[in-house]
Design a protein around this ligand. Structure first.
Ligand code: SER
Length: 579
């Protein structure tokens, strides 16, 4: 039986309700491109909102992590993975969570107790040592020597702020050698397989921690890793999850896995992730921004590695691989059945598009690869041959040469500005006046963001923004409906700043410097390495592509028309500028 079925069945027997996997593109959280952990779609409920399906939940959740995309090719990294999880929303706590984790590992998965070890939170100035967890593990039969205390590794939080808590992690001895008497978490033969988080705090942006209204449990176990452990293999790509996919790649390339692991793993991983992005209800298609850009990069990188292996990239190799992967997962994810044609078309269309320019682009690269790649060449490879900058960097790394990445982004930006100017020119008359008001709304949006921070508090962050010629709309994190007084104060503050005639200035700098300087930013991972930062006097500093007015004195009068709920913990303001 598949581990997912065993897990769900077990937790159902403990009174849990299975919830469906949320889409890979978060529905109500614009701060991340993809769901990166099982608990992410549950954040509003972990924060106290009642869940319609009760207080004991379990699921398998599709997760995508693309921050370590370059690591793909080793034995254990994946851009897509599934996470098993069970949750208590103010229901059971440590005793049940730990007892059931132990029971599932030893009774259902039949892991011998002596091959298990755990880490427990050591305690610090703010939160005491988790002696309850230590006692529970001991009472279940884990020896004292197999319990290690750590501080940093046993505190879990999804990002910088939000629900969090101390945790206890379970490790499995994955080696033929005798199990050591004393557990050393830094010994790589011990593999972490499961994490039980006792989520009872919320961390705020000023670094303080407060207690959540209810004590929750959040657990997470990676399907790929636990499958490798159970099947006794050291390479995740040699488990039953990948076996037939890798065999198909061997057949298509007439090469063996041994000696070609890296390219084969990249192809298998990237095609699987592309399938799940393309099948998602959000309808993502390959493009040059956001999730669509990740999808494009994944498909194009898979194609490049297929070509390196000698696969005929103009054949229907991608469909053959996709069909194997879809048939494996369709029992668990209905969208793969419903959107099968969409997925296959996305892969094939992107392949056809890229194949037209890939070989010419590679020739162009070869011509110049005797020295470092300059800005213009990197941009030409992108603009004319469709090479994502990351692909050019990968090719360059293989030759031990460098790419002028900053220069590339400069060319990119110049090109964007030119085409923007071009399109303004084209619609002169009809749209010129409109874009002027939109520009004003852009600047007013920054002022509103800054005013909300002053009036409501520093925890306010932008969650979304939409501008048209009639109004601006701004979504922001806030846990309450604004009072009339708060709205008045925000309006007055924005209008004061407008009247003060503050200068709007623009700087270009590396993203890391911008973050260090405290500039406000909504989607950090969406920005290129070189960013523009707009400052308005000394009241606002934000990462932004613009355009903005030069001085706030041209904005006119700012008026809030509406303040309403947008989604859990997110409020929405609609506002206008009048003369
Ligand atoms: N949130 C925790 C993790 O991702 C447990 O689910 O490890």
């Amino acid at each position: 039986m598949n581990i997912k079925d065993l897990y769900i069945e077990f937790f159902k027997s403990k009174g849990h309700t299975q919830i469906p996997s949320a889409p890979v593109v978060p529905e109500n959280d614009p701060s991340v491109l993809f769901n990166t952990a099982g608990m992410q779609p549950l954040i509003p409920y972990l924060m106290g909102q009642p869940h319609p399906l009760g207080t004991r939940l379990c699921d398998y959740q599709k997760c995508i992590r693309t921050n370590d995309l370059d690591e793909i090719g080793d034995t254990f990294h994946h851009t897509f993975f599934e996470m098993l999880g069970n949750w208590s929303l103010g229901d059971y706590f440590k005793k049940e969570a730990i007892t059931w984790s132990f029971e599932f590992l030893t009774d259902v998965l039949k892991i011998p107790v002596n091959k298990l070890a755990v880490t427990v939170f050591k305690g610090n100035d703010i939160i005491p040592r988790d002696t309850e967890a230590i006692d529970l593990w001991k009472s279940l039969g884990i020896s004292e020597e197999h319990i290690a205390l750590t501080e940093d590794d046993n505190f879990w939080i999804a990002g910088e702020v939000g629900p969090c808590g101390s945790d206890t992690e379970m490790f499995y001895w994955r080696s033929e050698e005798d199990v050591p008497n004393v557990f050393d978490p830094s010994d790589e033969r011990w593999v972490e397989i499961w994490n039980d988080v006792f989520m009872m705090y919320e961390k705020h942006s000023d670094g303080t921690v407060s207690e959540l209204p209810k004590k929750n449990v959040d657990t997470g176990m990676g399907v790929e890793r636990v499958t490798a452990v159970l099947e006794g293999v050291l390479d995740n790509y040699q488990t039953s999850i990948w076996k037939d996919v890798i065999e198909k790649i061997e057949e298509l390339s007439h090469k063996t896995y041994n000696g070609n692991e890296k390219s084969m793993r990249i192809i298998a991983d990237h095609i699987r992730t592309s399938i799940f992005i393309a099948a998602d209800s959000s309808g993502i298609k390959p493009s040059n921004t956001d999730q669509g850009y990740i999808l494009r990069r994944l498909i194009r990188r898979a194609i490049r590695h297929a070509s390196m292996l000698g696969i005929d990239i103009n054949s229907d190799w991608e469909r053959k691989l996709a069909l194997i992967i879809i048939s494996k997962y369709q029992k668990y994810y209905k969208e793969l059945i419903d959107n099968k044609d969409v997925v296959l078309d996305v892969l094939t269309l992107e392949k056809v598009k890229f194949n037209r320019t890939l070989s010419k682009g590679l020739k162009e690269f070869e011509k110049v690869a005797h020295k470092d790649i300059d800005d213009k060449t990197a941009f030409k490879l992108y603009d004319t041959y469709g090479f994502p900058i990351e692909l050019t960097v990968e090719l360059a790394n293989e030759r031990n040469i460098n790419v002028d990445i900053e220069g590339f982004y400069r060319c990119f930006k110049e090109h964007q500005e030119k085409s923007r100017a071009g399109s303004n020119q084209k619609f002169k008359g009809g749209l010129a006046g409109n874009s002027e008001i939109e520009t004003k709304y852009h600047t007013a949006t920054h002022l509103l963001n800054a005013a909300l921070k002053v009036v409501v508090g520093p925890d306010v962050h932008q969650k979304g923004s939409n501008i048209n010629t009639d109004r601006m709309r701004f979504d922001f994190s806030c846990d309450h409906k604004l009072t009339d007084e708060e709205k008045d104060r925000v309006e007055t503050l924005v209008n004061d700043w407008i009247k003060q005639g503050l200068e709007v200035t623009k700087e270009t700098m590396p993203k890391s410097d911008a973050i260090k300087s405290g500039a406000e930013c909504m989607f950090i991972e969406k920005y290129p390495d070189i960013v523009t930062v707009y400052s308005i006097g000394d009241v606002s500093k934000e990462l932004c592509g613009g355009p903005h007015v030069k001085n706030t004195n041209v904005l006119g009068k700012f008026k809030i028309k509406k303040e309403e709920a947008s989604s859990a913990g997110v409020r929405r303001i609609k506002a206008i500028l009048t003369d």
